[in-house]
Design a protein. Sequence first.
Length: 1280
Amino acid sequence: MCDEIDDSFYSRQRYVVGDQAMLSLSTARVYICGLGGVGVEIAKNLALAGIKDLIIDDPSKFFSLFSPKFRAEASLNALAALNPYVNVTLSSYSLTCQKHRLDSQLIEACLRDVDCLILTDCHIFYAAFLNKVCRENSIRFIYTNTMGVLGNIFCDFGTSFTVLSPDEEPPLEFFIESIENAERPKLVIKGQISHKLPDFCSIVFREVRGMTELNGRTVKVKVISPLVIELDIDTRNFGKFTGSGIATEVKPTLVVSHIPLAKQIEKPSLSSTDLVDPASSSHAHVAFITLMIFMYEKHRLPRTWCKKDILLFTKLAERFCFSDLKVDTQLLEKIASTCRGQLAPLCSFFGGVAAQEAIKAVTHQFTPLNQWMYLVADAVVPETLPQAHTLRRSSRYDPIVACIGPENMEKLVKARAFVVGCGAIGCELLKIVALLGLSTGVVNSQINNSDSFNPDEETSEATASFASSDLEPPPLVIRSLRQLAEELSFRDVGVIRVHRAEVSALRRHEPGFGDTSALDRPVGELRTATSDSDSQIVRLRPVPAAQPREATNTTGPRGEPAADLGDTSLVNPLPLLSNGSVTNSASSDHRFDERNKLAPSFEADPNYHFFLFSGLRLPMITRASLFISSHSDYDADLESLAQQPRSYSVQIADSCAGLISNANASNSGEPCVTVTDMDYIEKSNLNRQFLFRPEHVGLAKSTVAAQSVRQINPALKVNALVSKLGPETEQTVFTDAFLQAAASGDDKANLPIVLAALDNIEARNYLDARCVANRLAMFESGTQGTKGHTQVVFPGLTESYSSQGNSSSGGADGDGDAIPYCTLKSFPAKPVDCIEWAREKFFTQFTLKPRVLEQLLKAFSCSPSQLLTAFKSVIVEGSEEEAAFENPNQRNLIHQLTGSQVAFFNSRPRTWQDCIRVGREKFEKYFKHKALHLLYKFPPDATVEDGKPFWQLPRRSPTPIQFDASNQLHTRFVWTFARLLAYQSDIEFPALESNTPPSSLIAEALADFTPAPFTPSQKEVVTDTSVKAKPAPVEPLSDSKAELQTLLKVAIERLQSRADRLITCRPIEFDKDNEADGHVDFMDAAANLRAQMYGLPITSRYEVKRIAGRIIPAIATTTAAVAGLISLELLKYVCCRSSESLLALSRNHFVNLSLPSTMSVLPAPCRSTKLPNGMLYTIWDRWELQLPSLQTSLKDTIDAIKAKYGLEASLISRKSRPIYMSGFPKFAPCLKKPVLSLIEPEPGDAYVDLVIAYEAGSEDALDVEGPPFRLILPIPPSSD
């Protein structure tokens, strides 16, 4: 383990990227330019990842009435608070500020010693220039944008970028059954498990017997079948394979070569994401480049839902579109209509992807993106254009309304949601829910309802000039601009040089406008359209192009009162040019040709740069204008709670009073988000669960998260619970009525929403079953390292989560398929088998046996005298003392007493020295006597039935280990075992100043200790690998009556000698994060001693901790990406108008950021089952029957079912207990009995769920199980 890494903070991420990558992160410098929604999401993820130096640059201003702040400055403290090991600093200069000339000195000042530059929400022409600068200075370059429903990312890591490990997967390894002696020999895998090797990969051999020439060799392979591969090596002159060997995949080191951004515009390398529509990435690229061309020509983005701009945009796209691609007009219209909006889910997804690419750039771990990736959420866009009067301004949700329309926004704010789990994904989901405004109740809070927006109305959006760099657009862009200039004569194509205005014209911005991020700005806060730090604080309404007005006007363009501007002497909106007109700019020497185009003879000022065209010269728009966010109808978002550092003057429990309600609050009429999580915050959570801070450690996750998201959006209503969702709370807290209310409320028109943020298969399956039973839509997501998935579960439409047969988790090793009993107990084949053995020993010695003994001791008040009486009663059968057990629990425990329980009681230590000696005895038993016993049963020359050696791989012959007091691994096992035993027995033990136990203390305790010698026995050793559990003994000797009597006599003697002291035995639950008590230390020592005994490799302590602790590797980047994807599906669910469109537009996503890949597929429809009566049903159907009375018989019930559904019940069961089976005589009497006496409902039950199978109708056919059946119980008569 690396001492430089804080494992308590980084452990989950460390399992993803490894130690070398963690050290690379701790020395890396990353520069983020642009802190819009996606930019600040990237900054958050990189801060959590542990980048040493994170430099942020965004000179855009947020203005309050009291103190102006740059956007980067506003983000600084909160980003720094995410991780104490990260230095978050503001750039001294800015790559985008107009005041700074972009020259080599500025570039050197900004990018000195930077490893990676991340550019966000920026025009592609300027990005191409900075990309060129980065390539010249060996700086890795990442470029990402989110524009309405369109998002993209581009990566350029240079011409030669070395990838140390291409993906997150460990090398594949398998045992060898046979190898031919041939020119191209076939290798057969041992067993029936596929090798899973890719074609033409390489493997390396070890421990090969007979054909020893292969050992240590690396050989390329060709895949023949799942169990056979062909080797690219001639083995005709090698020795003959004798049946044993191991092959391991060799992970190649890759060298990736990227192409500059300027050359990737026309011929992009696109990573496809949507498998349903593979061409969607190409269409998205055309749309994005068209947006850049439109912005270049018009100095702005297309206006929201403006028909004129949509028409112009589509014509531009037709000019740029690839020759082999048909223009998707519908998609283009949606992208153009919404490009000024923003969706938090897209920011979250691309923030996660871009941050992971930055981690690759500085660590060389995992494969970088090649080179573009797009994602379009056009499914959320309304099919029809919203009416102008519905697009109101000055709501914080305007950017969302621009994308999904006002009607869908109304549905979103009135929706309810039930969030199950508040871990990493839960925190991200709650953040996005808050940013989307879900469950906030009101769309247009703090707005002027009389103010409406005309999408076709022109606005004055002038830009200031600057000294630019030498950059020429790609030829195709040049051709498109020239041709469009010839045909359409755009006014702005002929724009001439403009002077620097003192203040740029501003778009209107009232309090609360444009917030889709976690920043809540004070009332009266304004932002200018320019990034010049000298800009004034002013308030101006948009100025129509055709009717420019003076700054002194007292009325707006529609006659409303203008804002109070104070001194407006410096405020003069820039005039727009008409074809052939002359401006009143300070620059007067402007000439046009006869076609109203700028004359080529124009002499450029050295302070300004022009793209040179044949017969056409266009000025490059300013850097501030190049930034997309400065042309949007909203302030670019500051994502995450990071923008506003929190300080808690009171405890969370108090601060949440009145905010966080109990479970009953979910039944109120107001929309709200209900979140439940039974866990409490640990330090290891802080690396991914960004809503939590160090001061929250030990507090309930749900309550702290509720408080945090309210700071993101104060209008959000949250009910936080700390109860576990499971069978134990199904009848008390999380009833069906509660789930219905939490997910959709009392209004049946509301769409039910359940967001699953769970971390294990069992919990997912349970929640899935409850959602199916109650017909609730579930949005499921999960991560493991860089991999993640999302699944939508829609009532009546899709399969459920459990339909996929998720039988094993993708969690830590050992948490999937069960290890065979013989492998676990006697024949470990891999180091993981030894770790699982150590885990089983911990559970047996320190949890299970102590738990049973604790029940016995507590039943007798831990009193030696009471136990003495009880034990004597067992020895002396029929004695009067037996009748003294007045407590039934005491009597049952004594009657169930076994020899193994008494033997464990007798082994209880009394002193610390006893604990050391027991630990030494266990060492002798586990690592010496066990090996001697196996070699006694199976000598080295033993063979199996077919004559092959018994000891061949995967079986390994053990070597007995002789205890060595000078060996740290030996002493660590004895010490950790003794310490756990002492804690269990309430015995004081010495504390250690370091993790190394003092050998002197152990030697002193063992001074007169002599271990018992090995005695051969006939104890059976299981060798059958099909056996998964311990075989039940036929007649175990330890449980025989004579043995029990002997053990009890020993116990009585021990009790008589300590009659004045209470006996304690407390079970120890394994805690992977409990470093103080040595839980992992014991497993580390035990597992590696067993590995040594079998000749297996030693496993690092932190890897032992992962496997034994069932730790799922996790990193914040994957969490953000997956949360963004499932949130997009939530938006589609709210916005879709029909079930057919919902099923067609929804996607299940599979993400692997290490490759990287994102695959989106259609959700599988639910399967139908045909019943004997011809009816079809799915998992979403449920049949019901009202029971007429309390005395209704089973026969009458069966007849009622037949009358209602036309089927004859052949089997009725409840909770796996049969109630009726036709054709079996023993159930015939049940027909006359009241059905309630058979199903035995609990008091207060309103219904009982049954499983019913029906007769198939023919003698040969099997009975068919029907849909779930609910028997509605009659209301019992009142007792009054």
